[in-house]
Ligand binder design. Structure first.
Ligand code: UDP
Length: 489
């Protein structure tokens, strides 16, 4: 990385460390842009491979372009690939977490020492909640560590209280409690009661000897040793108590939806090869396709960056979408389907040509904000969930793992903007095409769908208010920025 130029020298300097996975990079890049727009210098850490996959240009060149053409002081620092495997697929997740726990710390410390020497000095490290090693690095560099939770507050509180849940016998989560819960989890501060199924799927009994289980427990201990906590949610959605419950004596604040302020300002006019953070090439054809569709008529179908589906499930989904007779746009990531061969029936594309569009990867924010959007069939990853809520699009939830079951249930029961498809699965976990067809029709054409759409529109309004000047998240970000400025003086 180049030495600091003179315009950076007096800026507070925040090093941002996302987990190397799509949703985490997106959320932290959005937040970085918000901080940079308020005069903070950002050094954004990625791995070499991810940097290349996302930006396709050397990091020095992008840093310079952002500064010269957009006045945004965001620079990129890459970590060697052997330091941290990327989270590009579900099979690698254990490997990634092992590296986070055991390998990354000393190398990151070395790297950040250099960044610090080159200046301006690092004011604080802002790290993804799952990055325990940043705690050691921050202590050793004697700078504060801010923990950023890229989840809803309720899921964050549950994760931060892992030890309490272990001591009360809720973790490991027993299979029978997932199927037929007899007890609600009422011991967690500040949040509504949870079901055992709401806890992270990695905490299930069948995973209790997995590396993932143990690293999650370890990470949860370190997560609580922060100097400041930020959450990608907004107070009007989850209430201040749930956010305060993340504090162990230090400030905890909701600063989300992190993408929304920037999105409303039309910052998406940035040249996309400079600031886009997609791991896959976005298909721009889909915006032209959406232009031809009637208002609120299209179902957007996407399962984020990790979900895997069996060939059989993809076939049922394909038939269900077709049978619903609703226009749909379906993101089929190149690695969505388990196994090699194509899962779709041979003449499928031809059959649905006037009804649907299949793409590898979509510009999801643009898609969700399009007037033709009528619903989102989603895996309920937190980014997708909060993006849908902020765009006023009701959801059909089909959670896959992690805390997605909680996001799905809260969307349905608390926020009343979602339906649940996962509950229709048979004993083998398969949801058949008839169920899919029914729930899609219900969301897109039924009275229930209309009601959910109304609720989603209200939440959209609340989300927009939260990120506008004077709104709760906007004010919280101001407070945080003020704190960072004071630290750097
Ligand atoms: N996304 C996208 N295009 C797609 C699918 C997803 O840009 O075709 C983005 C989406 O907007 C979100 C992220 O990828 O920001 C997925 O994060 P999420 O937390 O929903 O799911 P994960 O990938 O972590 O399972």
């Amino acid at each position: 990385m180049a030495m600091a130029d003179s315009s950076c020298l007096h800026r507070p300097h925040v090093v941002v460390v996302p987990l190397p996975a799509q949703g985490h990079i997106n959320a932290l890049m959005h937040f970085s842009k918000t901080l940079a727009a308020r005069g903070i210098l950002i050094t954004f850490l990625t791995t070499e491979r991810l940097h290349h996959r996302i930006f396709r240009r050397p990091h020095q060149e992008i840093s310079a372009t952002l500064q010269d053409h957009h006045g945004l002081h965001i620079r990129f620092q890459v970590m060697p690939d052997d330091m941290l495997p990327d989270g590009g697929g579900a099979t690698k997740i254990g490997e990634l977490f092992e590296a986070l726990q055991n390998k990354v710390g000393p190398m990151m410390e070395q790297l950040l020492r250099k960044v610090n020497e080159e200046g301006p000095p690092i004011t604080c490290i802002l790290s993804d909640s799952f990055f325990a090693s940043t705690h050691q690095v921050a202590s050793s560099l004697k700078v504060p560590r801010v923990v950023f939770w890229p989840y809803c507050a309720a899921a964050s509180v549950a994760q931060a209280n892992t030890q309490l849940l272990i001591s009360q016998g809720f973790i490991p989560v027993k299979a029978e409690d997932v199927k037929n819960p007899t007890k609600l989890i009422t011991c967690l501060p500040g949040i509504p009661p949870l079901l055992p199924k709401d806890l992270r799927s990695f905490y299930q009994e069948k995973c209790s000897s997995d590396l993932m289980f143990h690293t999650q427990v370890y990470e949860s201990e370190i997560q609580n040793k922060a100097d400041w906590v930020l959450v990608n949610t907004f107070e009007e959605l989850e209430g201040t108590e749930s956010i305060q419950a993340l504090s162990k004596g230090y400030p905890a604040q909701a600063v989300g939806p992190v993408f929304l302020g920037e999105f409303l300002q039309g910052e998406h006019s940035f040249p996309k090869d400079i600031i886009r953070t997609s791991l896959w090439e976005e298909n721009e054809e889909c915006m032209r396709w959406l232009e031809k569709q009637a208002p609120t008529s299209v179902l957007y179908v996407s399962f984020g960056s990790y979900t895997l589906m069996s060939r059989e499930q993809v076939q049922e989904l394909a038939l269900g979408l077709e049978g619903s007779e609703q226009p749909f746009m379906w993101v089929i990531r190149p690695d969505l389907v388990e196994g090699e061969c194509s899962a779709l029936p041979g003449d499928y594309l031809h059959r649905i040509k006037d009804q649907g569009l299949l793409v590898n990867w979509a510009p999801q924010l643009k898609v969700l904000s399009h007037p033709s959007m009528g619903g989102f069939l989603t895996h309920n990853g937190w980014n997708s969930t909060i993006e849908s809520i902020s765009m006023g699009v009701p959801m059909i939830g089909w959670p896959y793992w992690s805390e997605q079951f909680l996001n799905c249930r809260f969307s349905r029961e608390m926020w009343k903007v979602g339906m649940d498809l996962e509950c229709k699965a048979d004993e083998n976990g398969l949801v058949n095409s008839v169920e899919i067809e029914k729930v899609v029709r219900n969301l897109m054409q039924g009275n229930e769908g209309r009601e959910l759409r109304k609720n989603a529109a209200n939440l959209k309004e609340a989300a927009i208010k939260a990120v506008m000047p004077g709104g709760s998240s906007h004010t919280n970000i101001d407070t945080f920025v003020e704190h960072i400025r004071n630290l750097s003086q």
